[in-house]
Design a protein around this ligand. Structure first.
Ligand code: NAD
Length: 440
């Protein structure tokens, strides 16, 4: 396991070889460490005719981030944040060119681009909706152009959601979002409580993580615990030793349970008095083209990856175990967005996870419960280490970061969804894929 090429390209000798031969040059990504400043330099805040530049400028200053309104020649900026909510028609899109063109080379490595817009569905008329929808093209293209570990996102904020953007901005500006790029996030109307400590936003919360014995699930357990949560780590009995290791590391509890057992929901409910955060991470692959696939491969993948989640959600919600203000978080996959040869079963289950998020978000909104999912791309785990070499190299390099992501990158995204500050973030599916060319 491990990306030997990226390690080589980042070594003293490797840098020279990569440059001379014009090989892909995977940058070292800025990843979060507690206590780090939010951005690696000042934020250039533009587009002041909109409704968000004011509140965003204030919250950045309160967070200790230097904000500038003009950039001098040769400036080294940490982030470009542009409020596009003032754009009400296609002619107004010129403001994007005017803002980005002069500063396109000013961002430091692993800098950030964030464009703030109004959800097209909430626009006042078709002209405004058209212009707001157009913002996606710019943000996704910048993600592909800027390189050097710079990420670019579009954040749609519903009218009335202006006071609840801090959790999302902090995530997207910081090293927590190292492998998230080219994404469109939607923040709804309403308010969200600010955590007492942004470095431990989950203090006092109880979180259950399924499939936590290894890989992405173990990283989720560790990150949620680092961010203050009490973690219950769940996995199959056969993974008991590894599971106990993770539970020990995070000073949490281990629950051994096969999620597909008919009595799994009731047994799980027996372990829980109340739950704030439920992360459905457990997942399996049983790849074969559909012509060669036996029915057990289809059934087991659909059951672990999708149906067991529905059964567990239903029972825990029915019994009131998921608390008001709770967070349900699924793990989908870019295979569920783009499809994948040999993965009809897996892609169906993961597209189903996206369907679950979209259909349940409005149903749960009344109880203040949010539901979101991450869709990982190529992540360095035991699962991807087993891929054939050619496919593995293609997965690693065919994205804007020229490298695979790490389990921690998926975990950080989940922790953002889980934060009390993300109370108005629901129904979102955010890819953690380094802006993979697949599943765009
Ligand atoms: P992994 O195989 O390393 O870990 C999955 C864990 O889930 C294992 O510990 C396993 O024992 C557990 N599990 C499986 N069936 C279970 C059951 N019936 N009951 C309880 N636990 C069960 O996988 P990973 O790479 O860490 O992936 C985690 C999640 O991320 C999965 O949902 C996977 O589909 C998804 N994902 C991974 C990648 C990637 O690149 N690794 C990409 C996209 C999506």
């Amino acid at each position: 396991m491990g990306d030997r090429y990226a390690n080589f390209a980042n070594s003293g000798v490797g840098r020279g070889v990569v440059k001379r031969l014009g090989l892909p040059d995977p940058p070292r990504l800025r990843r979060y460490r507690p206590g780090d400043p939010l951005t690696p330099g000042p934020v250039l805040l533009g587009g002041t005719a909109g409704r968000l530049a004011g509140p965003v400028g204030k919250l950045l200053e309160a967070a200790g981030v230097p904000v500038v309104e003009t950039a001098e020649e040769g400036a080294r900026l940490g982030a470009l944040v542009f409020d596009a909510t003032g754009i009400t028609g296609s002619a107004g899109l010129r403001a994007l060119y005017d803002y980005f063109h002069p500063v396109a080379r000013s961002l430091v490595p692993s800098g950030r681009v964030i464009v703030l817009g109004t959800p097209p569905a909430a626009a006042a008329n078709p002209r405004e909706a058209t212009a707001q929808r157009a913002l996606e093209g710019l943000t996704r293209s910048i993600g592909k152009e800027f390189g050097r570990g710079i990420t670019s996102q579009l954040v749609y904020v519903a009218p009335g959601g202006e006071e609840a953007v801090e959790s999302t901005l902090r995530f997207l500006l910081s090293g927590r979002s190292a492998y998230v790029s080219g994404q469109v996030v939607e923040i709804g109307a309403g308010r969200a409580p600010a955590p007492a400590d942004w470095d431990r936003p989950l203090a006092g919360k109880t979180a259950l993580v399924t499939g936590a014995a290894r890989g992405i699930g173990a990283a989720i357990a560790r990150v949620l615990a680092r961010d203050g949560a009490d973690v219950i780590a769940l996995d199959v009995p056969a993974a008991g030793d590894a599971l106990a290791g993770v539970a020990n590391d995070v000073r949490g509890r281990a629950v051994q349970l096969d999620l597909t057992a008919p009595d799994a929901p009731t047994r799980l409910a027996g372990h829980l008095s109340g739950l704030d955060i439920l992360v459905h991470n457990a997942g399996i692959t049983r790849d074969k083209t559909i012509a060669r696939m036996d029915e057990s491969r289809w059934d087991s993948v659909l059951d672990v990856n999708l149906s067991s989640q529905e059964r567990i959600n239903d029972l825990l919600l029915e019994r009131g175990i998921i608390k008001a203000g709770g967070r349900l978080i699924g793990v989908a996959s870019i295979a569920g967005i783009a499809g994948n040869r040999g993965q009809t079963n897996y892609a169906t289950s993961k597209a189903g996870v996206i369907g679950l998020v979209r259909s349940m978000a409005p149903v749960l909104a009344g109880q203040g419960i949010t539901i979101n999912a991450v869709a990982p791309g190529f992540i360095e785990t035991a699962m991807t280490a087993r891929m054939p070499m050619f496919l593995r190299e293609a997965g690693r390099r065919m994205n804007s970061m020229s490298q695979g992501g790490l389990p921690v990158d998926v975990a950080e995204t989940i922790s953002w969804f889980a934060s009390p500050g993300s109370a108005t973030v629901t129904g979102n599916v955010v890819r953690v894929c380094g802006q993979s060319l697949l599943g765009a």
